[in-house]
Unconditional design. Structure first.
Ligand SMILES: [Zn+2]
Length: 240
């Protein structure tokens, strides 16, 4: 059993028809889904699943990906195996996640390019996002400089490309090694790459916008010391 991950094929698909292939309690598995189950710092999608020509509709209140299957937790009695359903994600929420996720990759690329510093973690929230860096010195001047460089990259409208590479090929790319690609489980043969062409390259399972201009712009709202050589930056999108 395997779910076709439509969010990986095209992050702009917000709705799909699919068939129920398994039911476990209040969770259902579909043969295909547009719901991003969460991971890599990106929050899981929200939305609805409807069936019988939309006579029945349930909210998707949680998502879980277990091996190759995405499980959707419903808040009502689930449809039975074989039922054709329509899955619809909350597009405003998802698009905001996509913009925020790409913003973090821009930030990551800028900090690497300007300071040669690695990311140690990151998390997105509905209204903000944070990223941790192995950086010793982060003063006011540097914060403003980073913010300015990120917004210049947004304006420069770099294309964002998503593709897969065979494991050996991916492991040979120096830019990917810095993002701890070596931590990928050994059974993964194909590595999904998200590239902001000319700026950043990462092994990534999330959803992104197509061009950096879609991010709109960012503001660094907060910084925190997370140890001597670990700093946290919090950002918001300019229109949030
Ligand atoms: Zn990412």
């Amino acid at each position: 059993m395997k779910t076709k991950l439509l969010y990986h094929e095209n992050s702009f698909t917000y709705e799909c028809t699919a068939r129920v292939v398994a039911v476990e309690g209040d969770e259902i598995a579909l043969d295909a889904t547009v719901f991003y189950p969460g991971g890599g710092g990106q929050m899981a999608d929200r939305g609805t699943i409807s069936w019988d020509d939309r006579c029945y509709q349930s909210n998707v209140i949680a998502l879980n990906k277990r091996s190759d299957v995405v499980w959707h937790t419903l808040d009502c009695i689930p449809p039975s195996v074989g039922t054709e359903v329509v899955g619809t994600i909350d597009w405003d929420f998802r698009y905001q996640m996509m913009r925020t996720h790409t913003a973090l990759h821009i930030l990551c690329g800028i900090i690497w390019r300007e300071f040669g510093v690695q990311v140690t973690g990151g998390q997105m929230y509905p209204d903000r996002a944070r990223m941790d860096f192995a950086m010793e010195n982060l003063d006011r001047e540097r914060i403003r400089y980073i913010e300015q460089k990120v917004n210049e990259a947004v304006e420069a409208d770099y294309p964002v490309r998503v593709y897969t590479l065979p494991r050996e090929k991916a492991f040979a790319i120096p830019d990917l090694i810095r993002t701890k690609i070596n931590l990928l489980p050994p059974e993964i043969e194909e590595v999904r790459i998200v590239e902001i062409v000319g700026l950043d390259l990462q092994a990534d399972g999330g959803t992104h916008v197509n061009h950096t201009k879609e991010v709109g712009g960012i503001k660094i709202t907060k910084t925190e010391n997370k140890g001597r050589i670990n700093k946290r930056l919090e950002i918001v999108l300019l229109d949030m």
